[in-house]
Design a protein around this ligand. Structure first.
Ligand SMILES: [Zn+2]
Ligand SMILES: [Zn+2]
Length: 603
């Protein structure tokens, strides 16, 4: 079968031409993109725009045309970190005493805080954690509806090797966003967050900097930090002691929550979320038919190391991102160079580099919602993200199962020695399957292939430099990808999309939330609607599909709890187990639909 298929291809008049990507020009691209001049290509920085101009000028020099006939650089808006407005204030009445805190010195809002005014009484709620799996709940028997909760950072027994909270390792319950979501799920309107000074030195009692706390744009709850000394004064007025309270909780893991009967807080949070224009860069090589193949890579990286840096001590140092992803961007450029000299293919090729990937696949998400060429004519998306560190010839390829014809084409194209596929995907170091731009195309049912040379110790660190790039092997891999692309472009049949399992939770790099709980079966749309979680799609045969839910539905309630964003949904889902029958509400068009979903084991 395979042999005869190959004969047909060889006999076909569009004889395939072997590519010969030059390792030196490839390395020149990588070196420029990863150079100090480009300062790590942060989305929103002037250096990212320099990188965009470089890619565009390369495309132009090959004689390629902009995909939209006008500009290689296709603008889209991104929301960057929050900035403080002029009206942040925090005043309180403590019995007869009035007081005010100074922003930046005594208190600071978090970037994901709700904005506006809030006046409410305060309830101390321990660490603000509800962890059924550890039989721990700071909210047990507590009504915090409409109130502000005062909670501690981290988790109980933080320095205890035998702690049920995974010993000395912090669990996801310790994250800011989980504490915010948990407070909101219990009906609280605001959170006052303090450092757990009993477990850390009081010298460490610093206010978090705005923009370094991650999370969604608006978590749906007010969230400010105050200095521990302030909280200690409030508690002292009630005859209580903050250190003692946390030590008591640590001792027996029993809640020590109670209302601060004398305290009333008036809060005004004033934040604006900065929007900037950035660019995807796209060039098109038309085919003889309207169908086309996409070869893509993200060209942004972490700049000076934002919250996604894995070397937090080296924040402020350039993260050059040579492998991630100057290596893939250079790959797209060199493939464009080679294809521009070849005879016109049957299916066209769209060369595309994306911005905003490191912030959560923003460029590719935007593109699939605002495609330049009709998305239904896109027969395949080939994504290159980190192809510069090939070791022992090992190549990781995923997505072969997403297109009906891929297995044969991948086999027929010739991978030059010593390169070979590690198709197990097991040793790639992480589940990268949803962590790059191809995920945006999967959500629109475009078959994908994802090439990757594996994780390494320099990933997301300043050590990801151009001198460590294995250009000779990367060039060989590009020869292979050219061969494969030619076959996809020339094949009689286009690949038909096949759905494969994908987690329901947030998968972007920006997420702090780990673990997905039972299976629901929806594929979330990463662009948040005003409120709720929109499903890009619903997996066939999944719990959601069996309950009658479909792509386009917006989930607004899960088991009686409001769902305003993906974080809420992930949190609520994780709180359930396979076998639970859960009532949900979705908006479809102008109707609200109620359904019951039987959760199953995640495969
Ligand atoms: Zn990457
Ligand atoms: Zn990255």
């Amino acid at each position: 079968m395979l042999r005869s298929a190959r004969w047909i291809l060889l006999a076909c008049p569009l004889a395939l031409i072997a590519a010969d990507v030059n390792p030196q020009t490839y390395l020149d691209d990588v070196r420029y993109l990863a150079s100090p001049e480009l300062k790590g290509r942060a989305t929103g920085s002037p250096e990212l725009e320099k990188a965009a101009s470089y890619i565009a000028s390369q495309f132009q020099s090959f004689g390629l045309k902009p995909a939209d006939g006008k500009n290689f650089e296709v603008a889209f808006p991104v929301t960057l970190g929050a900035t403080l407005g002029a009206n942040n204030s925090f005043s309180y009445r403590d019995g007869g005493q009035k007081g005010a805190l100074k922003q930046g010195q005594d208190f600071e809002p978090f970037s994901f805080s709700s904005v506006g005014k809030l006046s409410a009484p305060v309830i101390f709620a321990g660490y603000g954690i509800t962890a059924k799996e550890y039989n721990y709940d700071d909210y047990a028997g507590l009504d915090v509806t409409g109130k502000i909760v005062l909670i501690l950072r981290h988790e109980p027994q933080e320095h205890d090797e035998r702690s049920v909270f995974q010993g000395k390792k912090l669990t996801s319950h310790a994250t800011f966003i989980e504490k915010a979501v948990n407070a909101k799920m219990h009906g609280a309107r605001g959170v006052i967050f303090v450092n757990d000074v009993a477990a850390h030195s009081a010298n460490e009692d610093k206010l978090e900097k705005l923009g370094e706390t991650g999370g969604p744009r608006d978590a749906g709850v007010f969230f400010v930090q105050v200095k521990a000394a302030t909280a200690e004064r409030w508690l002292a007025a009630e005859g209580r002691d903050l250190r003692q309270l946390s030590e008591e909780i640590d001792r027996d893991l029993k809640p020590r929550s109670f209302p601060l009967s004398k305290l009333e807080v008036d809060l005004d949070v004033d934040l604006t979320h900065e929007t900037k224009t950035v660019h995807n860069v796209a060039a098109f090589l038309p085919g003889t038919t309207p169908e086309y193949v996409i070869i893509g890579a993200h060209y942004d990286h972490l700049g000076l190391g934002d919250e996604h840096s894995l070397a937090p001590g080296l924040k402020g140092t350039i993260h050059p991102g040579a492998d991630d992803n100057a290596s893939g961007t250079a790959g797209v450029i060199e493939l464009a160079r080679w294809f521009s000299k070849q005879p016109q293919p049957k299916r066209g090729i769209l060369f595309m580099t994306f911005a905003g990937e490191e912030l959560g696949l923003l460029g590719s998400e935007w593109y699939v919602k605002n495609p330049i060429l009709p998305l239904e004519n896109a027969v395949a998306m080939i994504n290159l993200d980190m192809i510069g560190r090939i070791r022992d010839g090992k190549i990781f390829l995923s997505g072969v199962e997403t297109g009906t014809t891929f297995a044969r084409l991948v086999y027929d194209a010739k991978l030059p020695a010593p390169l070979h596929f590690d198709l197990t995907g097991k040793n790639s170091g992480t589940n990268m399957n949803d962590a790059s731009d191809h995920a945006s195309f999967v959500s629109k049912q475009v078959p994908i292939l994802f090439f990757f040379s594996g994780l390494h110790a320099d990933y997301h660190k300043p050590g990801d430099t151009a001198d460590k790039i294995n250009a000779p092997d990367a060039a060989k891999l590009l020869d292979y990808i050219a061969d494969l692309t030619e076959r996809v472009a020339a094949a009689p049949d286009r690949p038909v999309f096949v759905r494969v399992a994908r987690p329901a939770g947030p998968v972007s790099n920006g997420s702090n939330v780990s673990g997905y709980g039972p299976d629901f079966g929806s594929i979330p749309d990463f662009d948040e609607p005003p409120k709720g979680v929109r499903f890009a799609d619903v997996r066939e045969g999944s719990p959601a599909a069996k309950a009658g839910l479909r792509g386009g539905d917006i989930l607004i309630a899960f088991d009686g709890k409001d769902i305003s964003n993906l974080y809420d949904f992930t949190y609520a889902l994780r709180d359930h187990k396979p076998g639970d029958l859960v009532p949900v509400k979705v908006i479809r068009g102008n109707q609200t639909i109620e359904a019951k979903v039987l959760l199953t084991e995640r495969r």
